[in-house]
Structure formats: C-alpha cells, structure tokens
Ligand binder design. Structure first.
Ligand code: NAP
Length: 243
C-alpha cells in the first residue's frame, strides 16, 4: 500500500525538501501552501518528473475550516492519509517582548501552534490502522530567541509539549508522534524575520561552524516518519550543528 503524507508548508524551504525526499521513498505527497502556488506547483512537477505522485493544495492551516477542506481534498484525491509532517511556520521581524502586540503574538501562535493541533486532529481521525506524525519545532524552543523572537520560540516550546502529550495519548492506537528541532537552516524564513543573512552572521557560533541544509532536516524527518523508527515515539531530534 502506498503511504500517503501531508507536508504542511511544502512549497518552500524545509517542507519542499521533505516533500521531494519522501516522494523518492514512494510516498504520495500532498504539498500544502498558503499563497505561493508557483513554488508548490514546481515541487509537484519535480516529483512527477522523477516518477513520483504529488498534489498541491492551497490552505491556510491556521484556520479550522481550511484544514478540514485540506484533509477532505486529500481523502478524495490521494486517499486516506497515513503520515503527517507538521511544518508550516512563520517568523516575524525581530523585536523585544516589550514591543509585541497581541495581534502579532496571536498570528505567530495560530500559525505555528493551532495549525499543528488541527492537522494532528484530522490526521488521527483517519489513522485507524496506525500512523506516524513528525512535528517541526526549532532549537529556539530550547534557546528562547531573546531580543529577537521570543513569541516564535514560545510557539515552538508549545510544539515540544504537544509532541510529548500527544505521543502518549495515541501510542496505544499505534500512532507515533516525534519531533525535529532544526537550528539555523538556509531558507527564506530568515528574510521574513528581518535578516536574510542571519545564518551567515551566526554560523561561527555553531559548533559545526556552518548553517544546515534543508535536505539534512528532510532526512531526519523521513527517518522518524518511517518504519525504521517503529519503536520511537515522543522523541526529539536536534538538527542544529551541536548547539
Ligand atoms: P520557509 O522557507 O519560510 O517556508 C514556510 C512554508 O510555510 C512555506 O511553504 C509557506 O507557504 C508555508 N506557510 C506559512 N504559513 C502558512 C499557513 N498559515 N498555512 C499553510 N502554509 C503556510 O520556512 P522554513 O525555514 O522551511 O521553515 C519550515 C519549518 O521549520 C517552520 O516550522 C520553521 O519554524 C521551522 N524551522 C526553520 C528553521 C530555519 O532556520 N529555517 C529553524 C528551525 C525551525 P507559501 O510558500 O505559500 O508562503
């Protein structure tokens, strides 16, 4: 049976690399995106060119009705989902907590946390024969991102706790829930956070002396998602060059 995976935020960065990596491992992939249709279509056509199966589905995963539509679309096109990668996330420009508005904090929390809960909920409903979920958190959940994005770091702290709690809640249903915590990875996200060259600036502070590649995160996600990790649940893999 072909495994069916949803990668939220699969159009760019870590999500795009993960979508392509999983397609090579014979998953049928739903590449979700919010606005960048061209990039999502590009990921799908690269997968198809390599002989894989994928669809692109627009949905804002922070909105309940859009998540329900996303999963219904997967049901009617690819079939019943067996795997989920919760990856979509945002980073807003660097500011201190003393300057944060409720509007900003709520945007970060609904996009980075509510979406993961909603997608877990819809996936679990469909994983009657077991399944596997990987949540993409961040090294920021351990480090706190002081002076830059404490809201973002806190949202990732919530994802760590979601991983622990949900893994225990659904273990008896043979659904595994694990988490990766990337460090500084070369993607567009840093430009959205107000500093496109952020990885270059901090790389000498990373023990391995470099930023990470999206494929390095994708490989860890694919391992945790797979049957190779069949006795692993509630676990965190730090992909942060030693920091
Ligand atoms: P990215 O390059 O900025 O890509 C973000 C992706 O999320 C895009 O596909 C975007 O879609 C999608 N997205 C954003 N909001 C969405 C929403 N509401 N609904 C659906 N899709 C949405 O980000 P990235 O660096 O690959 O990050 C991916 C994940 O890794 C995030 O959870 C991030 O927090 C985490 N992470 C990244 C780093 C890093 O250094 N890059 C480090 C630690 C953790 P569009 O293309 O349509 O805009």
């Amino acid at each position: 049976m072909t495994p069916i995976v949803l990668v939220t935020g699969g159009s760019r960065g870590i999500g795009a690399a993960t979508s392509k990596y999983l397609a090579k491992q014979n998953y049928a992939v739903c590449v979700n995106y919010i606005s960048n249709k061209a990039q999502a279509d590009k990921v799908v056509s690269e997968i198809e060119k390599d002989g894989g199966k994928a669809i692109a589905v627009q949905a804002d995963v922070s909105k309940e009705e859009e998540v329900v539509r996303l999963f219904n679309t997967i049901d009617s096109t690819l079939g019943q989902i067996t795997h989920l990668v919760n990856n979509a996330g945002i980073l807003l420009p660097q500011i201190r907590v003393s300057e944060m508005t409720a509007e900003r904090i709520n945007k970060v929390l609904t996009t980075n946390v509510t979406s993961y809960f909603l997608c877990c909920r819809e996936a679990i409903k469909r994983m009657e024969n077991g399944g596997s979920i990987v949540n993409v958190s961040s090294a920021a959940s351990r480090l706190g991102a002081a002076g830059e994005y404490v809201d973002y770091a806190s949202s990732k702290g919530a994802i760590d706790t979601l991983t622990t709690g949900l893994s225990l809640e659904v273990a008896s249903q043979n659904i595994r829930v694990n988490c990766v915590r990337p460090g500084f990875i070369y993607t567009d996200m840093h430009a959205d956070g107000g500093e496109a060259n952020r990885v270059e600036r901090v790389k000498s502070l990373i023990p391995l002396q470099r930023g990470g590649k999206t494929q390095e995160v994708a490989a860890a996600i694919a391992f945790l998602l797979s049957n190779e990790a069949s006795f692993i649940t509630g676990t965190f893999v730090d992909i942060a060059g030693g920091k």
